[in-house]
Design a protein around this ligand. Structure first.
Ligand code: FBP
Ligand code: MG
Ligand code: MG
Length: 334
C-alpha cells in the first residue's frame, strides 16, 4: 500500500494543540487552563452523544420547568446544564459558574475551588432541538482577580478580560471552536477516537462577505439604522444583493459567519429594548472569537467586549462578522 493511501497518523487533538499552544506562548504550563478545557471538551462529547440519540431515548420535548429568562426548558437544556456544572465543579479548576439556566451564580466550595470562572449557555438554539437543526454550547472563561476567592465580581467584567472563549456546534458533526487569545481554531469530533481533531486551524473571517443573518420577522420593530442598512445590502445601487441565511441558533449562525463571512445581527429594537442575546454567555464569547478571527463585534454604538456587565443575565444588541460589513452597519448608527 502506497504511503499516501494510509490515513495520517500525525493527528492533532485538541488536548495536544492546547498543551502545545500553552507551552509555545509560555502561558501557565502547569496546565490549569488546559485541564479546564479538557473538562469542557468532555461535556461537549457527552452533549453531542445525547443530541445524536435524543429522539431515540426520549430526550426531545419540554422538561416541565421555566428558567430565569421565563423560557420553558427543554430536556436537553437541563441535561446539558447538569453535565456542565458537574464537570466544571469536579475539574477543581473553577471558582464561579454562570449558566443561562441558573438564576444565581454558582460559587464553588473551597474543597473544589480553582482560579477560573466559566460563563456558559449550556444549550443554545433550544427552539431548534426537536427539528434536529444545529444547536450548540457557548462558553467564556475569566481568571479570578488577584486575591479573590471567587465572587460574582469576578465575572462582572468586560469581555476583553476573558482569557478564553468558544463554542461547540452539534450538527452533522460536532465542531468545537476555541480561542485562548491567540487566534481561533476549530476541531471536529472523531466519534470513533472520542477526540476533537484540529480541522480548522487559524480561522480568519473573510474581510467582506455576501450573506446577512437577521431574524427579519422582527423587522417591524427595528430601529432606523438597521432598517436603512438592510435596505442598502438588499437593494444595492451597484453589485449583487446579499443572500439571507438565518438558522435561529446563534452558534450555527455565527459558525457560518466565521467561515463564510458576512454579518450576523440580533439588534435591540422597539420591542426588545436591550436586545435578546445575553451579554455574558452569548455576546461576549462570540465577540471574543470574532475579533480573534479578525472580524468586528459591536452593539452598533460600542464595541461589545468593552461593555462591563451590571448583572449576570444582562442582554445586549449584537452585530458581528466581516470587518467591512460590520463597519458599513456602524456608519448607519453614526
Ligand atoms: O428565535 P429568535 O428570536 O430569532 O432567536 C434566536 C436566538 O435566540 C437564541 O436561540 C437564544 O438561545 P437559547 O436557545 O440558549 O435560549 C439564539 O441562539 C438565537 O440567536
Ligand atoms: Mg442561547
Ligand atoms: Mg440556551
Amino acid at each position: 500500500m502506497a504511503s499516501e493511501e494510509l490515513p495520517s497518523t500525525d493527528i492533532i487533538t485538541l488536548t495536544r494543540h492546547v498543551l502545545h499552544d500553552q507551552f509555545r506562548l509560555g502561558v501557565a504550563v502547569t496546565g490549569d487552563l488546559t485541564l479546564l478545557l479538557i473538562a469542557i471538551q468532555t461535556t461537549s462529547k457527552f452533549i453531542a452523544t445525547n443530541v445524536r440519540k435524543a429522539r431515540l431515548i426520549n430526550l426531545v420535548g419540554l422538561a416541565g420547568e421555566t428558567n430565569v429568562q421565563g423560557e420553558e426548558q427543554k430536556k436537553l437544556d437541563v441535561l446539558a446544564n447538569d453535565i456542565m456544572i458537574n464537570a466544571l465543579r469536579a475539574s477543581g479548576k473553577t471558582a464561579v459558574l454562570v449558566s443561562e439556566e441558573n438564576e444565581e451564580a454558582i460559587i464553588i466550595d473551597e474543597r473544589n475551588r480553582g482560579k477560573y470562572c466559566v460563563v456558559f449557555d449550556p444549550l443554545d438554539g433550544s427552539s431548534n432541538i426537536d427539528a434536529g437543526v444545529n444547536i450548540g454550547t457557548i462558553f467564556g472563561i475569566y481568571q479570578i482577580k488577584p486575591g479573590s476567592t471567587g465572587t460574582i465580581h469576578d465575572v462582572l467584567r468586560a469581555g476583553s478580560e476573558m482569557v478564553a472563549a468558544g463554542y461547540t456546534m452539534y450538527g452533522s458533526s460536532a465542531n468545537l471552536v476555541l480561542s485562548t487569545g491567540s487566534g481561533v481554531n476549530g476541531y471536529t469530533l472523531d466519534a470513533a477516537l472520542g477526540e476533537f481533531i484540529l480541522t480548522h486551524p487559524d480561522i480568519k473571517v473573510p474581510s467582506r462577505g455576501k450573506i446577512y443573518s437577521f431574524n427579519e420577522g422582527n423587522s417591524v420593530y427595528f430601529h432606523e439604522p438597521v432598517v436603512e442598512y438592510l435596505k442598502s445590502i438588499k437593494y444595492p445601487t451597484a453589485g449583487a444583493p446579499y443572500s439571507a441565511r438565518y438558522i435561529g441558533s446563534m452558534v450555527a449562525d455565527v459558525h457560518r459567519t466565521l467561515l463564510y463571512g458576512g454579518i450576523f445581527g440580533y439588534p435591540d429594537d422597539k420591542k426588545s429594548k436591550s436586545g435578546k442575546l445575553r451579554l455574558l454567555y452569548e455576546a461576549f464569547p462570540m465577540a471574543f472569537l470574532t475579533e480573534q478571527a479578525g472580524g468586528v463585534a459591536t452593539t452598533g454604538r460600542v464595541r461589545i467586549l468593552d461593555i462591563v456587565p451590571k448583572s449576570i443575565h444582562e442582554r445586549c444588541s449584537v452585530f458581528l462578522g466581516s470587518k467591512e460589513d460590520v463597519q458599513d452597519l456602524i456608519k448607519f448608527y453614526e
